[in-house]
Design a protein around this ligand. Structure first.
Ligand code: HEC
Ligand code: HEC
Ligand code: HEC
Length: 434
């Protein structure tokens, strides 16, 4: 089957695991004694924090040689070659050119980059880190001759000068500055989440011009959850049902390091973030991110009752599934992994009772994961043993709506039912992208 990548989310999902490749590429620099190895190594780590490989390394492609298609509201564009090849890559970039591309979205020849490159987040990266990243891309990455591909966007929409106006309106220039009154861990976490980690590029809702509605915790809506390429990137604020309110600091750290914890598992677009980026973070950096996220007040407040587990009503319907279409599907197709009690076998098999993704108002992720399953989470080179299978070929739209409505009502989840039209729509849009 010819696989056509649909968008940012899908693009990130399939990026090749990058972890194991760093030492091999860094080796080329070892030959040159003038190169500061420590700086190159630090740059390699920062490139993992920034997940550059997720976009710049195409599946089966050479590291950082680009070529991956990404969809934008105006049409398809192709990620560029950022290996140090002089003709087709960024070999001719000075450190200042590199800094400008990374933080201001302007290429060496002066053309504006589309904000599909997350420079509005990378704008926060400080000079020391830019220097290390530059050293890595010049000396730790093998040059690859591979010409960039023109975008499919048609004239006049392909003109790049309007991006200058976009930048004037939405680009927040200037590296991150420590916030007084906050400790070092919090500031480090804020720097990583807002900057290199570009978590908001998926988790913050976008406004009419595709801009993130807030770039830090001072703006409402920051990390409050957003739909991107048919995945809903969860609310990461302190909201206690759909957000991280019920997660301990340790829960957050475990999720970022291993892709799963007692509440939920990574799937969809988050899989590649775990595979390529967060699992490689030092314990200190993961703890900093957790400290920062756990400090975010609940977006939209915490008016709803906090979730409490109650198996009773669900147990009754599962005892007599003939009476309940959703319970019938659950018993036949889901129960052996997610359990009669809805608690799954965490962290291997995600719980559905009290899972923030199940409680979220937007059901897109639930429908998408049930239709299409998800890519493997690969931790230290080992893929997850029982990934969620896709049911698109087995269950029709009505059955998926029934079982998800059952799951959303079950075990005291109390989330709204899923409509059959919503399932049909996602089936169509996710199949078009395959
Ligand atoms: C979410 C996807 C994504 C991520 C993550 C990403 N980039 Fe990019 N990057 C792009 C796209 C798309 C372009 C090309 C944009 C265009 O053509 O307008 C680009 C362009 C660039 C360019 C300009 C090169 C040129 O000649 O076009 C540089 C330099 C660059 N990226 C560096 C990085 C670095 C360093 C990182 C990691 C810290 C990174 N990128 C992470 C998507 C991404
Ligand atoms: C490419 C898009 C993307 C990026 C970038 C991204 N995420 Fe996610 N994230 C998602 C999606 C989609 C989900 C929902 C699926 C899931 O739970 O894994 C998610 C889920 C999560 C969850 C689990 C929340 C829950 O309730 O289950 C955490 C925690 C998280 N992300 C943290 C982060 C952090 C921290 C960063 C930045 C370092 C980040 N994410 C960057 C897409 C993304
Ligand atoms: C083979 C075991 C298995 C079966 C069968 C299965 N699942 Fe899953 N499911 C998983 C795993 C594992 C995850 C966590 C994501 C991952 O690692 O792939 C998951 C995740 C989910 C999620 C997202 C929750 C989260 O935080 O990860 C939902 C919703 C879900 N499953 C619903 C269903 C439904 C509905 C059915 C039946 C139609 C079903 N599952 C059948 C293994 C299974």
């Amino acid at each position: 089957m010819k696989k056509m990548l649909k968008g940012l989310g899908a693009a990130l999902c399939v990026a090749l695991p990058f972890l194991a490749q760093v030492p091999a590429r860094a080796a080329s620099a070892a030959a040159n004694p003038a190169v500061d190895q420590t700086l190159v190594q630090r740059g390699a780590y920062l490139a993992q924090l920034g997940d550059c490989a997720a976009c710049h390394t195409a599946p089966k492609g050479k590291p950082f040689a680009g070529g991956l298609p990404m969809s934008t509201p105006m049409g398809r564009i192709y990620v560029t070659n950022i290996t140090p090849d002089a003709q087709t890559g960024i070999g001719g970039y000075t450190e200042a050119d590199f800094a400008r591309a990374l933080r201001e979205g302007v290429a060496k020849d002066g053309h504006n980059l589309y904000p599909a490159m997350p420079y509005p987040s990378y704008a926060k990266v400080n000079d020391d880190d830019v220097k290390a990243l530059y050293a890595f891309f010049m000396h730790g990455v093998a040059p690859v001759q591979q010409a960039n591909r023109e975008s499919d966007i048609k004239w006049p929409l392909n003109m790049r000068w309007p991006l200058m106006l976009w930048n004037m309106a939405f680009l927040d220039k200037g590296a991150y500055r420590d916030k007084p009154g906050k400790d070092a861990a919090w500031n480090r976490g804020a720097y990583l989440v807002q900057g290199l980690g570009h978590c908001g590029s998926c988790h913050t809702p976008r406004g009419v011009a595709f801009q993130e509605v807030a770039l830090d915790e001072s703006g409402s809506g920051f990390l409050s959850g957003a739909l991107l390429d048919d995945w809903f990137a969860s609310n990461l604020t302190g909201e206690h049902n759909a957000g991280l309110g019920r997660w301990s600091d340790e829960d957050v750290r475990t999720f970022l390091k291993t892709g799963a914890n007692r509440h939920a598992s990574a799937f969809g677009a988050m899989t590649s973030v775990i595979n390529n980026s967060t699992q490689a973070m030092s314990d200190q950096d993961v703890a900093a991110i957790s400290a920062y996220l756990k400090s975010l007040p609940p977006a939209g407040g915490n008016a709803a009752q906090p979730y409490t587990y109650d198996p009773q009503a669900t147990k009754v319907s599962l005892d007599r599934p003939a009476n309940d279409a959703g319970a019938r599907v659950y018993t036949a197709y889901c129960m052996h992994c997610h359990g009669v009690d809805g608690r799954g076998f965490a962290p291997m098999l995600a719980p559905l009772a009290g899972n923030p993704n199940v409680l979220a108002k937007n059901a897109s992720s639930l429908i998408n994961v049930t239709l299409n399953g998800t890519g493997d989470i690969v931790i230290n080179g080992v893929p997850s043993p029982f990934p969620m299978p896709g049911f698109a070929a087995v269950l029709d739209d009505q059955q998926i709506a029934d079982v998800l409505s059952f799951v959303r009502a079950g075990w005291n989840n109390g989330a709204p039912a899923v409509g059959v039209a919503e399932v049909a729509k996602l089936r169509q849009s996710t199949q078009a992208g395959r």
